[in-house]
Structures are given as structure tokens and as C-alpha cells.
Design a protein around this ligand. Structure first.
Ligand code: ATP
Length: 363
């Protein structure tokens, strides 16, 4: 096998349906590598999350963190469980520690309508929905991560925006828009903020406008977050790349997932300069855990994102070929109505969709 095509993938299945969709993703990746050739993925599983905390007293051990440092990429299911909490009552979400440790500053949430699925919006242009939300994820309103001062009568969370961290996420968004433009998209980045009210957000917009000058081939504009929420529902097909603050991105990405059918359809990547983690955008979904109902599509599309990222870093063309083959197989399953997940009124469960995607890899 050619050099540069072996990758160590750290698997963090986590909790609830995270475990179920990760197993499904693993089956699909193994079948995919068998079909494409030239890629060797070696998987190592690590226990982390709420169950791990319950069983060992540690949600993410220092040893696991060191092992993740050596991996080429991280593939995560979902973490957290309502009944298992830290003694202070807060949720167990070590993925936030992973984000911080590896400085995974760009939360990349592609939102694309897949042909053949019943549209969520009545307008026929909903079939054209294809945008990416980029969420800054190292500061903003999550900066204090629950450690803001609380007294008997007052609680505060600082919203922190720094030039350096804003610049790096803006540059990421402009580069992403450049890649997409090469593939026929408009080449536009919209900064989503609240510059009319908050000083921090006016600063965010100012830095965005300064940075935009370095990317003259990309159109740059800005919009308030409230107007963006409205326009995401009225005309989501009009967006290309959006870049926004941490909390706004958290909220808008769930809204955006709803536009294409729900959390089971929305992949994501948490990307830094040296490391990256890929996971479906959904949580552990206790309401459907253990019933075989979890839609693994978001996990599969996250695997395609991971393959593209690995291919980019190692200049390994087979990774991009595999990513396209996987995306096409997912699309074919829905376009040819081989499966229909429960969110769309169907009854195809995790195993049905996994089998259909594996079959479609070869057709
Ligand atoms: P978190 O706070 O950890 O992000 P959450 O509270 O936002 O989690 P999710 O676990 O993402 O909740 O689930 C939200 C809803 O979407 C639930 O009703 C769940 O059943 C549904 N859901 C989430 N993921 C999937 C999936 N893969 N397939 C089908 N339904 C899903």
C-alpha cells in the first residue's frame, strides 16, 4: 500500500445512540475501504462520556487524552446522559474538554438537502439548500463554561471575543468558501452577529470586515443573528458559508438541522490546525436509545468529512474518492427510496439504513 494512506482513527462512541451510530459508521467505513482501496484505517476504541464516568469515576482520562494526541483523527458518537451528572449537577460532556485541549476552533456544520427525501419546507427551492455554518468554539459566550460568578442575587457569563481567535475562524470560513466556489458554489461568507447591540459583536464584525480584504475573490457580508434566524426559515437556499459566535452557532446549527429533516441528518466536524474530531451533530438521544431507531446518516456524512480532512492533510486522493463514494451511496439510498427514516415518516432503523448504504456503495 502506498505510503501516507494509513490512518489511526480514535473511536469515542460515548453514550446512548452515540454508541449505535458509531458501530454503524464503523461497518460502513470498513466496507468503503474495501471498495476504494489505497486507504488503511486502523480503529482504536476509547471509553469516554457519562457511562465511562459512572463506571470509572472519570469522563475522559489523561491517558485517553494522550492517546487522542497520537491519533490522525477522532470519530465521536455522542456524549452525555441526563441521569449521570457531576456532583455539582452539571452535565458530563468531555467533548468540550477535547475541543479545548486540541483547540478545535472551527465547528463546521454542513447543511444540505438530500434528493428524494420529503422536504421540510413547502417551497420547491428547499431542495437547493446547501450551506455551511462555521461556529467559533473556543470563546464567545461559552468562554467561562459555567464558571462565571454567581451570588445570591446575580449570575454572569462573560462574552469574550479576541482578535486572534476571530481572525483564525474567519480565515477558515473564507478558505472554505474558496473551496466551495471551486466546486460551483457562489463564494460568499456571511458574518452572523449582533453588532447593533453588543460591543463584543461590533468588534467581531469589524475584524471580519478587515479580514475579508485578504480574500477579494470571496463576497463578504454581515447579518444580525435574529434576522438570520428568520431568513434561515424563509430562504435557507440563499446562504453559502456563515461564520458566527459560539452560542449563536450552537442555536442556529440545530435550527439548520431541522431544515433538512432533523438531527439525524446533520454531520459536523470540530476542526483545528493540527487535529480534528468528527461526529453527528446530535446528542445521545435517551428517548430513542436501545430501540434501533437512530438515524445513522449524520454519522456517515461525518465520516465523509473526516476522509476529506485526512485527504487534505496527507494529500491522499483515495480519501477524497472514498468521501465522494460514501456521499453518493447515502444520496442514492434516499433518492431511490430504498430507505426512509422515522423523522420523515418511514420506518427504516439504524440497521436498515446501514445495510442500504453498504449495498449502495457497490451499485
Ligand atoms: P445534546 O444537548 O447532547 O446536543 P439534545 O438534548 O439536543 O442533545 P439530541 O440527543 O440531539 O438532544 O436529540 C434531540 C431530538 O432529536 C430527540 O428527540 C432525538 O430523539 C432526536 N434525534 C437526535 N438524533 C437522532 C438520530 N440520529 N436519529 C433520530 N432522531 C434523532
Amino acid at each position: 500500500m502506498a505510503r501516507g494512506t494509513k490512518f489511526e482513527i480514535a473511536l469515542l462512541p460515548g453514550d446512548g445512540i452515540g454508541v449505535e451510530v458509531t458501530e454503524a459508521a464503523l461497518e460502513v467505513l470498513k466496507a468503503l475501504c474495501g471498495r476504494v482501496g489505497g486507504i488503511d484505517l486502523a480503529f482504536t476504541r476509547y471509553a469516554a462520556g457519562a457511562r465511562a464516568y459512572q463506571q470509572t469515576g472519570t469522563a475522559l482520562s489523561a491517558e485517553t487524552l494522550r492517546a487522542l494526541e497520537r491519533a490522525d483523527a477522532m470519530l465521536l458518537g455522542a456524549m452525555g446522559w441526563p441521569d449521570i451528572r457531576y456532583p455539582d449537577g452539571t452535565e458530563i460532556s468531555p467533548q468540550l474538554d477535547i475541543r479545548e485541549h486540541f483547540e478545535l476552533y472551527a465547528g463546521v456544520r454542513p447543511i444540505r438537502a438530500l434528493p428524494g427525501l420529503p422536504p421540510r419546507l413547502a417551497d420547491s427551492r428547499a431542495a437547493e439548500i446547501d450551506f455551511v455554518l462555521v461556529r467559533e468554539q473556543t470563546e464567545g459566550l461559552f468562554f467561562e463554561r459555567g464558571k462565571g460568578p454567581v451570588t445570591e442575587n446575580e449570575a454572569r457569563d462573560a462574552l469574550v471575543i479576541t482578535r486572534e481567535r476571530s481572525e483564525r475562524v474567519f480565515d477558515f470560513a473564507f478558505r472554505l468558501a474558496g473551496h466551495r466556489k471551486a466546486g460551483g458554489r457562489p463564494g460568499r461568507v456571511t458574518c452572523v452577529d449582533k453588532a447593533n447591540v453588543l460591543a463584543s459583536m461590533a468588534f467581531f464584525r469589524k475584524v471580519f470586515e478587515e479580514r475579508a480584504k485578504r480574500f477579494p475573490e470571496i463576497r463578504a457580508d454581515s447579518a444580525y443573528v435574529d434576522a438570520t434566524a428568520l431568513n434561515l426559515v424563509l430562504r435557507p437556499w440563499s446562504f453559502d458559508v456563515m461564520v458566527t459566535e459560539n452560542m449563536f452557532g450552537d442555536i442556529l446549527s440545530d435550527l439548520a438541522a431541522g431544515l433538512i429533516g432533523g438531527m439525524g441528518m446533520a454531520p459536523s466536524g470540530d476542526i483545528g490546525d493540527e487535529h480534528a474530531l468528527f461526529q453527528p451533530a446530535h446528542g445521545s438521544a435517551p428517548d430513542i436509545t436501545g430501540q434501533g431507531k437512530a438515524n445513522p446518516t449524520a454519522a456517515f456524512l461525518s465520516c465523509a468529512m473526516m476522509l476529506d480532512w485526512l485527504g487534505e492533510r496527507r494529500k491522499a486522493a483515495p480519501c477524497h474518492d472514498a468521501a465522494r463514494m460514501l456521499e453518493r451511496a447515502v444520496e442514492r439510498c434516499f433518492a431511490e427510496r430504498r430507505v426512509l427514516p422515522p423523522e420523515f415518516g418511514g420506518s427504516s432503523g439504524t440497521a436498515d439504513i446501514t445495510r442500504a448504504v453498504i449495498d449502495a456503495l457497490g451499485s
